[in-house]
Ligand binder design. Structure first.
Ligand code: TXA
Ligand code: MG
Length: 353
């Protein structure tokens, strides 16, 4: 996905102005943030829980209401690429290339922080995560905040749980605990940003996400390494268990082993919802047609967009187990495989091809 595709899908243009009522909401949100409020806002990836980085109390409140340890850094969101040099001490050539190509968009760059970024935002580290989101509401909000202002914003969910991809998800999770929730429709990407660390010229992917690894490699003309979650860098989204529903989740290869596992769960009387990418022949297997089956798209972009809403729905309490067909073992599915792996009790050694 190139930044042009992203921009044409979400940018504010004369043909696609933000409705007046929405503009009023955004102005109210900007005023609240300026006076130290905490506001949830839409981005193209997931909804974020935002605070102006210059308001220490608001930053503390984010950690508090998320239940997030204070040494886990927050991503800093801003609007204007010309201000990148204000927020970071150093911009390696690879970082410039990535920023110019993929911003606004689902890319977070980890760079040395400038003195304008408080240590409370980076969890005490001297590196900062920076991102220009590609959503008209987020960009308008950031522009209204003014130049050299930025929002620290983690995903708007409790620590370790599923990220929200609609305003309703945020409302269900935080209700009146925050000052305001800006509505911006369902998130286009549905998975968090790809996090890329650029220390000097060494480029490492810390979290696969909305920008495919292959798009980054193609742009940089080099193979980039993907750091496992055993990293020493503190990246909570890379903890082994994260993005998880409360209902135990298992991921099994498609075909025979998937159906055998389902049969075992059924015999144990475990009420199981199944999620596959292809319609399967369960009628010929003597499996009850009334079983709860969700058919997901066999396309990583559409699958990613629907994944979290689907998990939230299945997590509403009806099921004892969620059984998901493993994603294909191919780079376009990396981000989805990563999230499913962290959310699950069981994940196959080698996903299906
Ligand atoms: O798409 C996204 O990235 C969303 C939207 C709201 O922008 N934000 C998001 O934030 O997913 P959060 O806090 O839920 O996850 C951010 C990840 C965390 O794993 C955090 O540790 C990592 O980014 N991160 C932030 N700053 C970092 C830093 N300085 N070094 C290493 N990792 C960092
Ligand atoms: Mg998160």
């Amino acid at each position: 996905m190139s930044s042009n595709d992203l921009t044409s899908r979400w940018s504010i243009s004369a043909n696609n102005p933000i409705p007046e009522l929405m503009m009023q909401q955004i102005s109210r949100a900007a005023a609240s943030l300026r006076s130290g409020g905490v506001v949830a806002f839409p981005t193209e990836t997931v909804y974020g829980l935002g605070a102006d980085i210059s308001h220490n109390q608001a930053i503390q409140k984010i950690f508090e209401i998320k239940g997030r340890p204070s040494d886990h850094p927050l991503i800093v969101h801003f609007a204007d690429i010309a201000e990148l040099g204000y927020w970071t001490e150093k911009i390696p050539a690879a970082a410039w290339l990535l920023a110019r190509h993929f911003w606004p968009g689902p890319l977070t760059l980890i760079l040395p922080k400038s003195k304008h970024i408080p240590l409370s935002v980076t969890g005490g580290q001297d590196m900062v995560g920076l991102r220009i989101p590609c959503h008209p509401v987020a960009l308008t909000l950031l522009r209204q905040l003014g130049s050299r202002r930025a929002l620290a914003a983690p995903s708007a969910n409790r620590f370790g749980r599923i990220s929200p991809t609609s305003a309703a998800h945020v409302r269900n999770e935080f209700g009146h605990e925050i000052n305001m929730i800006l509505e911006g429709g369902p998130c286009e990407v549905g998975l968090e940003s790809t996090i890329v660390s650029c220390v000097d010229e060494t480029v490492t992917i810390l979290r696969p996400g909305g920008i495919p690894v292959t798009a980054i490699e193609n742009l940089l003309q080099q193979v980039v390494s993907i750091k496992s979650h055993h990293s020493s860098i503190r990246t909570p989204g890379s903890l082994a268990s994260h993005y998880a529903p409360a209902t135990p989740l298992e991921v099994w290869p498609g075909g025979e082993s998937f159906w055998s596992r389902f049969t075992v769960l059924q015999h144990q009387g475990i009420c199981t919802a199944i999620v596959t990418r292809s319609l399967s022949d369960y009628s010929t297997r003597g499996i009850d047609e009334n079983l709860h089956h969700i058919l997901m798209p066999d396309d990583p972009v559409r699958y990613g967009k629907e994944l979290y809403a689907m998990l939230r729905k299945l997590d509403e309490g009806k099921f004892d187990r969620i059984l998901i067909e493993a994603p294909p073992d191919n780079p376009e599915w990396f981000a989805i495989a990563d999230r499913l792996q962290r959310a699950s009790l069981y994940f196959p050694e080698k996903p299906t091809t």
